[in-house]
Write a protein that binds this ligand. Structure first.
Ligand code: PMP
Length: 308
């Protein structure tokens, strides 16, 4: 469902009027940074999951890209997110802040333009476009994930996502749901918009942060695994280790936690969503809905602003 209001450079405007001029450099060269955040209808009311962590990452992405300064602090953006959700009367929704280069920048530098900032919200649609409770079919992409020295893998830079679009389009045209991308050295990196975990002999394995996005869901699951006594190892994983995993799963704000039951036509484990995946899927669902012991730490409630 589309929203009625979008926040643009400090004020709410009708979403239909939240447009950018065709000659905006951010659009032409992908010069911008964004976040993908979610609010949930939690037990105690609408709440955004790890809002400040996402906004800190947005500021980090802007710094990595090279913006000298953003016009809004993390606190100001957090307030703007709350304002946008309330203005639209939403509870659970997807939240998309975007900082893009405008008012110049045509000479391919940041310093001749200015960062503009928008925040859109919409009702979350289903990840992968269909029910994924039974698990995903993935392939290893023929496209390599960016080298960490080329496109800055720790930043959610708009232009970086061309790499993801190449991979995901290829996967879906081949009949898979998701693609697993290898890093330039041939080790498992991440999916197109989500991180990856394997389970082997009861241990949770994840590629190290070397060449992947520092996913907030990934960090959440590592914390949950610690809480419930599942051992976690962050280490390099090779393509063949995918095939002999007992379980595999993707995780991300949009995907949440979803099992992978087939990779490159090979059944993972017994071909069904495994017990560790199911346990983490449930714990994450509890976390975002306010019923996990750490939920209060992670949820920022969307409450009306205090009156002065
Ligand atoms: N990797 C990539 C490339 C992504 O775009 C995302 C989505 N932001 C993730 C991983 C997962 O990150 P998060 O859990 O913070 O949503």
């Amino acid at each position: 469902m589309t929203s009625q209001f979008t926040w643009l450079n400090g004020a709410l405007v009708e979403t239909a009027r939240a447009t950018v001029p065709f000659l905006t450099v951010g659009l032409h060269y992908g010069v911008g940074v964004f976040e993908g955040i979610r609010a949930y209808d939690a037990e105690k009311g609408a709440a955004v999951f790890r809002l400040r962590d996402h906004l800190r990452r947005l500021h980090g992405s802007a710094r990595i890209l090279g913006f000298r300064e953003l016009p809004y602090s993390v606190d100001e953006l957090a307030a703007a997110v709350g304002e946008t959700i309330r203005a639209n009367g939403f509870g659970g929704c997807y939240i998309r802040p975007l900082v893009y280069l405008a008012e110049g920048g045509w000479n391919l530098t940041l310093d001749t333009g200015k960062p503009h900032v928008g925040i859109a919200v919409w009702k979350q649609t289903v990840y992968a476009g269909h029910d994924v409770g039974g698990g995903l079919k993935a392939n290893v992409s023929s496209f390599t994930r960016s080298h960490p020295g080329a496109n800055m893998t720790k930043a959610k830079i708009a232009g970086n996502y061309v790499n993801s679009v190449l991979a995901k389009t290829e996967s879906q045209r081949l009949g898979f749901d998701e693609s697993i991308m290898l890093d330039p050295e041939g080790y498992v990196a991440e999916c197109t918009g989500a991180n990856l975990f394997l389970v082997r002999n009861g241990r949770l394995l994840s590629p190290p942060l070397d060449a992947i996005l520092e996913g907030i869901t990934r960090a959440t699951l590592i914390t949950i695994a610690g809480d419930v006594g599942i051992a976690v190892e962050e280490r390099r994983l090779s393509r063949d280790q995918l095939y002999v995993a007992d379980e595999a799963m993707v995780c991300g704000t949009a995907a949440e936690v979803v099992g992978i039951t087939e990779i490159d036509g090979r059944r993972i484990g017994d071909g069904r969503v495994g017990p560790v995946t199911a346990r983490l899927t449930q714990a994450y669902a509890d976390a975002v809905r306010g019923t996990y012991p750490r939920s209060d730490e992670w949820l920022e409630y969307v409450r009306p602003p205090r009156r002065a």
